[in-house]
Structures are given as C-alpha cells and as structure tokens.
Ligand binder design. Structure first.
Ligand code: HDL
Ligand code: ZN
Length: 448
C-alpha cells in the first residue's frame, strides 16, 4: 500500500538524506529469519550456542584446513574446546580474520563487549560460562533485531523426535519447518526408518508407501505446526521424472502443503559430500536446472514455492522464473552466496527485476549468536542495494517519503515472509534499536 498523499515536503530529494533514511529503516526493522538451523534451549545439545560452537562452525572448519597441516581425522578426534582453540589461533591470531565467517565471529564478540583480538578464548569462555541462557537469548535476538526465526526440523531424526514427543517447550518465536531431505533425497535408506516407525512403506515408493508418507507428514504436522515444508536438492534435480521423489512430491508432499496452506521451500544446487572427510564442511555446489522449478510452479499453481539456489550462476535464472510465476518467491542468499559481495549483486538484481517482491535474506544460523553477525552484515549490504534503487527513483523524478521507505523495508524483512507463511502481519510502527546509518557505513568504505 503506497502513500498517495505523499506531501511534497515529505518527499526526499537529497542523496544523503535518502541514504540516511534507508540506512535507518533497514538498520531498525525487526526481521523474520525464514531459514535457520537453530533450536530452543529446551532441545539441549541440539541447541548450539557459545564460543566453542561458534568457532567449530563448519565454515571455519573448512577454512582451518587451508591454514593448518592437521588432518581432518586428527582434528575431529580432538575435543571441541581444543578444536576451537586451534581454529582461534590459526584463523584469528596467526592470521587476520579476513573471511566472512571469521569476520562474523569478530562482529559477535565485539557486539557482546568481548575483545575480538584476544590471544586466547579465556575471556570469551568466562563470559559464556556466566550467562543465563534465557537472558542471553533475549540479548542475542535484540542485538540481531530478529523477531521470529524458522527452524529446520527432521521428525525422522530420533533424537529430535524425542524432544517433540516429550512436548519440550518451544519459544513461540521459533517456528517449526519440516525438512524433507530424508524422504525426498534419501528414500533408499529412510523408508526403513519409516517402516520401523510403523508405516507400511517399501523401497519402490509404491502408491501405498506414498499414502503412508502422507499420513506420516499429517501426523508430524499436527505436532509441529510447520510454517512450511523444505527440501535441499542436488543440482541434477529434475521434475517430473520417474523417481520416487516425483511420486512422493506429487502423491504426498504437495497435497500436504495445500492442506496446511503452507509453501514448499526448494533449496537447489547442493552436492553433498564432495569431500566426505570434512563432514558438514564437505558439501559443494553445482548448477541447477531452473526449468524443473518452473514446471513445479506451472503444474501446481495452487501451491506456493519458496526457492533459493546455491550457485551464483543460477540467481538470474531464478529471478526470470519468478517473473513468470507469482507463486514463486525467491528467498535469501544461501550458504556459498551468503557473502557481502554476492549479497549485494544478487539483491541489486532482485530489486531491478522484482521490485520489493522477494525475501532478501535468511541467516542459515546454526549457532545462536551467529544471528548477530549474519544480520548485521546483511542489513548493511541490503541497505546499500535498496538505496541504489531508491536513488534511481530520485533520478527518475519520483521522490520517496520516509514512510514509503519504511513500508518497503517492512515488506522485505517481515511482510513477504509472513504473507508466504500465512502469518499475521506485524502492525507498524516497527523498530528495534537503530543501528549505524548508511552514512556511517558509507564512510567506512575506502575513498575512491
Ligand atoms: O541444507 C541446508 O539447509 C544448508 O544450509 C546446510 O545446512 C549447510 O550446511 C549450511 O549450514 N549452510 O549455511
Ligand atoms: Zn540451511
């Protein structure tokens, strides 16, 4: 909804005033984080937080092996605190933390009032040993400016299923998402887990097996109330084809999405286990066939699809596809494109091709405090891209008001996600503690 009665005196004609208004709006909008791997504290060891979990994040583990002779096996045999000490020494003390993932840890420490140049982890460990987890959660969500976050839940994971079955408390800001990788990507092994749970399934994914998967998803949807269903898919994902995946999609998953009135999130382009020795850090990227997504959108026009692609080279194709199918919502700059330079280029292109009809970012956070850096870094970059689009409007003679800028920002960071997930829109005005305005950010940049 735009503000037709935008008074001339409210229209921003000046570049620096525009930069300030965009920076303030993006810096202060609470965010609906539509994809994370976080869990509530009540899920105990599934909930990752604190300095040792931050430093043994698989992004940093992958980077360690490029700066240290240790073998993956020797590293993984070490207890986690020793792993963290080694990563700290190699990537933060002996070398400047130049990568996005290392700089992110510095942002987290600095925002928490800790020294990112400390020689050891003693100060950080002392800090985290003293925090009350529930107060700490509020501090982290406030610093990150996150109002809500979507989890990644796997009902076929026995450990996680136990927490759901014991009705462990789930903070209402943590929204469940049923992740379908075991069913849609590992059917050859997962069907046995379903069978062990009492479902009449088989290796071929027969019609009966597909019906049983529908029953399984109905049952767990009742317990989790998922906001969407999600699956990560390999680069060679094809649709339709004669695989169990197509039968399960068409016979169960897409019907469950309709019954629940929730979208299916397609996360395409991951090559699992390119280097299996590295564990979670061993996955790679491949170019996806976006026409498979187009066919899903075309054949299931009543369904809504979220989509994020892992290859930088696929981003433009996804935006063209999104222009063809209004039931397709691009979201986030996923994993290997979740870096300031790629976030900027992708987001600029998204504004140019879709206006404000996309979800600019998700954190993908695996460790609670990562929310702080992933949103701090992304807000700055998205603000730059949004400024460029509004600046273009000024050149075109259309001068936005502060209220119109705030309305666009609310749509990007809350409204589009809530609309896709059929959640109530947060009523304006929205703001959390205002962060550095663009003008301060732009001063950070090297002078041309
Ligand atoms: O499949 C996914 O959801 C990915 O985000 C993986 O979890 C990946 O390991 C990751 O953490 N990326 O940020
Ligand atoms: Zn993820």
């Amino acid at each position: 909804m735009l503000f037709r009665e935008a008074k001339p005196e409210d229209q921003i004609r000046d570049e620096s005033a525009l930069r300030q208004a965009v920076g303030d709006a993006v810096g202060s909008v609470p965010v609906f984080d539509i994809h994370t791997h976080l869990f509530p504290f009540s899920f105990e060891r599934l909930c990752k937080w604190g300095i040792d979990d931050l430093l043994t994040y698989h992004y940093l583990v992958a980077e360690l092996f490029r700066s240290c002779e240790i073998s993956p096996k020797a590293f993984f045999d070490m207890p986690e605190p020793r792993q963290a000490d080694l990563i700290w020494r190699k990537l933060f003390v002996e070398n400047p933390p130049l990568s996005e993932a290392t700089a992110g840890v510095c942002t987290v420490l600095a925002k928490l009032g800790l020294d990112p140049r400390a020689k050891t982890l003693d100060e950080a460990r002392e800090f985290f040993a003293d925090v009350d987890p529930h107060e700490h959660l509020e501090v982290v969500l406030e610093l990150a400016g996150v109002s809500d976050l979507a989890m990644t839940n796997d009902p076929l994971d026995d450990q996680e299923a136990l927490y759901w079955q014991s009705d462990s408390f789930v903070d209402p800001r943590f929204h469940a998402v049923i992740r379908l990788d075991p069913i849609l990507c590992q059917w050859e092994t997962s069907w046995r887990k379903l069978e062990a749970r009492g479902y009449k399934v088989d290796a071929e994914a027969s019609e009966q097996a597909v019906d049983e998967v529908h029953r399984f998803l109905d049952s767990w949807s009742g317990r989790l109330q998922p906001r969407y269903l999600a699956v990560s898919l390999p680069p060679d994902f094809a649709y339709p084809d004669d695989s169990p995946r197509t039968r399960l999609l068409e016979g169960a998953v897409l019907h469950v999405c309709r019954e629940l009135d929730v979208p299916l999130a397609l996360m395409v382009g991951v090559r699992r286990g390119v280097n299996p020795e590295l564990g979670l850090a061993g996955d790679g990227v491949g170019w996806a066939d976006v026409s498979a997504i187009e066919r899903l959108c075309a054949r299931w026009p009543e369904n809504r699809f979220l989509a994020t692609l892992l290859a930088l080279e696929n981003q433009h194709q996804l935006l063209v596809a999104s222009r063809k199918f209004a039931n397709l919502m691009p979201f986030g700059c996923w994993w290997f494109v979740n870096n300031p330079s790629t976030i900027e280029s992708i987001t600029r292109l998204r504004f140019e091709m879709l206006g404000a009809t996309f979800i600019p970012q998700h954190s993908d956070a695996r460790v609670l405090e990562q929310l702080i850096y992933k949103w701090d870094h992304s807000r700055r970059v998205v603000a730059e891209a949004l400024f460029a689009s509004f600046r273009q409007l000024q050149h075109a003679g259309w001068f936005p008001t502060k209220a119109e800028i705030e309305s666009v920002v609310r749509r990007l960071f809350q409204g589009n996600a809530r609309g896709m997930l059929c959640l109530d829109q947060i009523q304006a005005p929205l703001s959390v503690e205002v962060r550095p305005a663009m003008s301060q950010v732009s001063d950070d940049r090297p002078k041309a």
